[in-house]
Write a protein that binds this ligand. Structure first.
Ligand SMILES: Nc1ncnc2c1ncn2[C@@H]1O[C@H](COP(=O)(O)OP(=O)(O)OP(=O)(O)O)[C@@H](O)[C@H]1O
Ligand SMILES: [Mg+2]
Length: 250
């Protein structure tokens, strides 16, 4: 079953000088319970694509549907409801609230959804344990390392059991063991809960763990590889459906 559908989506940024065509006619579907890895060089449009799916940006052209409902033309209020209810967004630059503890940061979405403080903190603590921060619940962001802050942001995104997880470089600050743990966690969530995961990553091992791998270049989808092609291949040998190979800039 298709959860997410992008049909010829285009997004420009209008600057004082030239226009940037950040996303240039992308069509993509993600199924229920599927994890799709998205990679590509810096500036290729990965973050922009996730922001469009989360309805934090509107496309100039094309349609984005979540569970059959068009999200690309939602009102501001319906767009924030879509983000709160359906999406767990792990931002590339996660901003935690500086003065409150890890567990309070991670519980924020539940509190906004009307869950009481005690229950929200209980659920947030359990997610922090799942990302290896069970002994850091009361620490404020300033008392945590960069990788620990990133894991608080992961717990914050996952705490409300979102059906669509948009993970923008969630392992950027993590060592390889922690990265593997986070990627496995996302994959297990997809398998167990039927959530769909779109994982932006520069990490070839993380990409190889996904069910499908896509690449963006200059805003265009240039490569699409399915899991049976990935299995058994070393990350450096991963095949390219279109013959476009990585430049090493990503
Ligand atoms: N708010 C903005 N205004 C103008 N241009 C922007 C804006 N945000 C992004 N861009 C431009 O759009 C293009 C795509 O940016 P985007 O952040 O989506 O890339 P990315 O693939 O996520 O890169 P990275 O791997 O470095 O995070 C880039 O050329 C970038 O400079
Ligand atoms: Mg980005």
């Amino acid at each position: 079953m298709v959860t997410l559908e992008l049909d010829h989506v285009v997004k420009h940024y209008r600057g004082p000088g030239e226009n940037v065509r950040a996303v240039d006619g992308v069509s993509l579907t993600v199924n229920k319970g599927e994890m799709v890895a998205l990679h590509g060089p810096s500036g290729s449009g990965k973050t922009t694509l996730l922001l469009l799916i989360a309805a934090l940006l509107k496309p100039e052209r094309g349609v984005i549907r979540y569970q059959g409902r068009e999200v690309s033309s939602l009102s501001e209020q319906d767009a924030s409801e879509h983000l709160r209810r359906n999406i767990g967004f792990i931002y590339q630059n996660p901003h935690l609230m500086p003065r409150v503890s890890a567990v309070e940061n991670a519980s924020m979405k539940l509190l906004l959804g009307g869950v009481g403080m005690r229950e929200a903190c209980r659920q947030a603590a359990s997610w922090l344990e799942r990302v290896g921060l069970g002994d850091r619940l009361k620490h404020t962001p300033a008392e945590l390392s960069g990788g620990e802050r990133q894991r608080v942001a992961i717990a914050r995104a996952l705490v409300a059991d979102p059906q669509l997880i948009l993970a923008d470089e969630p392992t950027g600050n993590l060592d390889s063991a922690r990265s593997r743990h986070v990627v496995n966690l996302l994959h297990n969530i997809a398998r167990e809960t039927g959530a769909s995961v779109l994982l932006v990553t520069h990490d070839a091992d993380a990409a190889a763990g996904a069910d499908r791998r896509c690449a963006l270049r200059d805003g265009k989808l240039v490569e699409h590889t399915v899991r049976h092609q990935l299995q058994g291949a070393a990350p450096s040998e991963l095949p390219s459906a279109t013959g476009v190979t990585s430049t090493g800039t990503d």
